[in-house]
Design a protein around this ligand. Structure first.
Ligand SMILES: Nc1ncnc2c1ncn2[C@@H]1O[C@H](COP(=O)(O)OP(=O)(O)OP(=O)(O)O)[C@@H](O)[C@H]1O
Length: 280
């Protein structure tokens, strides 16, 4: 099992109810995208699944365990099996890329190896291979603060793939990438999930990327699940309804790439249906 939520809710410290009555089950190796307008609760949901936040209502199981009933040591071991890709990777700026990649395995390595990796690159070949998947192998010994936002985001993805987690959580993982790189990076994430059997749960701003790469899509709005469907059963009107508060246009990556963007929702619907079958 990847994770299971039963009637889960999350109320933030200021009393704001970011998630309510969320029931979801994602199996081992399953690939699911969550989409929804700004403020829908996508990041809150991913933080809940990553055990950064604790549900204030309902039940959460991650990789077969209720994280909040585990001992401190067991919770640490569970977290080492979850790889979270953040929209802005929390990487100290002066760190070298190779060390940032190695940090992905800190939770799995014995303490001595983790400490050694901070002083001396212990697995250059492994870090090189992870970066090569994102065309960044030549940046291995670069300092992270010398990378562009898009390069840093790809380092964040490479770090999680290097970690080899059982559950990959990705919060807007390609938001800083241009359309071609975003597509390639999602392809790598999907390929890794297929290769390793890790479950992949990603929030995506671009609806067309979600449709292209994921066989199951969850629509979230106002902290509630509006739909949870196989991609093939999603209709354009469901998508437009989900984003109704943001206007007639669906957020799509393809629009940026397509010459002559359109303001016609029907034409946009055609754009997002383009080439959505690969990778699923
Ligand atoms: N720490 C917090 N304290 C209080 N409210 C919060 C906190 N974090 C998020 N929220 C609120 O919870 C709601 C959901 O936020 P969240 O970041 O989960 O949405 P999102 O769907 O990821 O949005 P976006 O697509 O804009 O990133 C928002 O209204 C937000 O203001």
């Amino acid at each position: 099992m990847g994770f299971e939520l039963e009637s889960a809710g999350l109320t933030h410290g200021n009393g704001f109810r970011a998630l309510q009555r969320v029931s979801l089950r994602v199996g081992r190796g399953e690939r699911v995208a969550v989409i929804g307008p700004s403020g829908a609760g996508k990041t809150s949901l991913i933080r809940l699944l990553g055990t950064a936040l604790r549900p204030t209502e309902g039940r959460l199981d991650v990789l077969g365990a209720n994280p909040w009933r585990l001992s401190a040591g067991a919770l640490r071991r569970l977290r080492a099996r979850i790889g979270t890709i953040h929209q802005s990777p929390p990487i100290p700026p002066r760190l070298r890329v190779v060390t940032a990649i190695h940090a992905g395995r800190l939770g799995r390595w014995p303490a001595w190896k983790g400490l050694l990796s901070l002083l001396y690159p212990v697995d250059v070949a492994g870090a090189h291979a992870a970066l090569a998947r994102f065309d960044l192998a030549d940046r291995l010994f670069e300092r992270c603060d010398r990378l562009s936002g898009g390069q840093l985001q790809r380092v964040g993805i490479a770090r999680v793939l290097y970690q080899q987690p059982d559950l990959i959580l990705a919060d807007e993982p390609v938001s800083a990438l241009d359309p071609a790189l975003a597509d390639a990076a999602l392809g790598e994430l999907v390929a890794e999930s297929a290769r390793s059997g890790a479950s992949l749960f990603a929030s995506l701003h671009a609806v067309d990327l979600a449709l292209k790469w994921f066989p199951r899509i969850i629509g979230l709005r106002g902290g509630e699940v509006v739909f949870d469907l196989p991609t093939a059963r999603l209709t354009d009107s469901m998508l437009h309804e989900l984003y109704a508060a943001e206007g007639a246009m669906l957020p799509v990556q393809a629009r940026d790439a397509a010459a002559g963007a359109t303001t016609d929702p029907e034409a946009d619907a055609k754009v997002i249906r383009l080439d959505t079958s690969r990778g699923r």
